[in-house]
Design a protein around this ligand. Structure first.
Ligand SMILES: NC(=O)C1=CN([C@@H]2O[C@H](COP(=O)(O)OP(=O)(O)OC[C@H]3O[C@@H](n4cnc5c(N)ncnc54)[C@H](OP(=O)(O)O)[C@@H]3O)[C@@H](O)[C@H]2O)[C@@H](O)CC1
Ligand SMILES: Nc1ncnc2c1ncn2[C@@H]1O[C@H](COP(=O)(O)OP(=O)(O)O)[C@@H](O)[C@H]1O
Length: 282
């Protein structure tokens, strides 16, 4: 038996955000490398880069096809689109695993050989287990069921939806990585038995691209905590829970700003700095 599930609170989240200090520069704060988006899904890259930038990372290095780079730069001109050293990778949002170009395969191999912590999302979930760096995966129920089936664990989407905690936990043990299973209640588990939940405050979150925003928030938190992660890889689950909490709270604030009305993915990214400001004041 692992630990009981613990709902991640505002005070828990406040322990995992930090403001830069006088001695910092963009590199010491952490650089997030992102291999996301594709000609079919350029928006996923734009959403993830915007969310990561607004979470307060030192630099985002975006690696992707020319047209997607242009879209990213139009929204976030501070993004650097040349390769270089990074402290963490976010890989897979908006990538079709069945349509990886030769160039993309090379970029993926290079990223996964670099041994810095990795967030694997959407079209990169199949890469779990191909590298040794600390890893957190961010599937929704269908993606988790598909991934487990490829690893010879018989499970259906309906079964994952009926027992998300049990399957997040099982996946963490089977795959040997931290798992953030998305849903109205997000379950975060790791192979050592850490288990956290984040219960979404608003169901407006159930719309296209909000998962890409969550990936950006998490990637930024992982990059900015690279020093702690180098000492203790278990920190990944706490960063994942914090990312889910910030995401939920940003959606709540964005909806509250329109009297409880609908929010779209970019609205959530735009609310992130205020959420982080509030956490820093605690
Ligand atoms: N702006 C962007 O760039 C965005 C990019 N995104 C990126 O897209 C990629 C794919 O992610 P995803 O989670 O959407 O796809 P996936 O897990 O393959 O599920 C497909 C399943 O859905 C079902 N289905 C489809 N239509 C349906 C319908 N009308 N009503 C009911 N069911 C329907 C379909 O069922 P079928 O039609 O086969 O019966 C199939 O089972 C991923 O890389 C992500 O990052 C997204 O974040 C969005 C914003
Ligand atoms: N019914 C719901 N209520 C609240 N949050 C939800 C609900 N359904 C999904 N979410 C959240 O919305 C996000 C959807 O992410 P994802 O499924 O990856 O979508 P996309 O691929 O379109 O970005 C996740 O953060 C998930 O936890």
């Amino acid at each position: 038996m692992g630990e009981p599930w613990q709902e991640w609170t505002v005070d828990d989240a406040a322990g995992w955000v930090r403001a830069p200090h006088a001695g910092d520069d963009k590199y010491s704060r952490g650089v997030l490398g992102m291999i996301t988006g594709s000609p079919d899904y350029p928006g996923a890259a734009v959403l993830g880069v915007d969310a990561a930038t607004r979470t307060g990372v030192g630099m985002v290095r975006y690696i992707g096809p020319r047209g997607v780079r242009a879209a990213v730069l139009l929204r976030r001109p501070e993004t650097v689109t040349v390769s270089g050293r990074v402290q963490a990778w976010l890989i897979g949002s908006g990538i079709d695993p069945g349509r990886r170009s030769f160039m993309l395969q090379g970029d993926l191999q290079h990223a996964l050989a670099s041994r810095v912590p990795v967030v694997l999302d959407a079209g990169a979930l199949d890469l779990v287990g191909t590298h040794t760096a600390p890893t957190v995966i961010t599937p929704h129920a269908r993606e988790l069921a598909n991934l487990l089936v490829t690893r010879e664990v018989e499970v259906t989407v309906a079964e994952v939806r009926a027992d998300p905690g049990g399957w997040a936990d099982r996946a963490a043990r089977e795959l040997g990585v931290a798992v953030l299973l998305k849903g109205a209640v997000t379950h975060i588990a790791d192979p050592d038995g850490d288990r956290y939940t984040v219960t979404a405050d608003t169901h407006w979150l159930a719309s296209a691209g909000t998962g890409d925003v969550l990936g950006g928030i998490l990637g930024a938190l992982v990059a900015t905590h690279h020093e702690e992660l180098a000492l203790n890889a278990e920190v990944l689950t706490r960063l994942a829970a914090t990312a889910a909490w910030i995401h939920s709270e940003a959606a709540r604030r964005a909806s509250a700003a329109v009297d409880g009305g609908p929010v779209a993915a970019l609205d959530i990214a735009e609310a992130v700095p205020q959420v982080i400001g509030g956490l820093l004041q605690r």
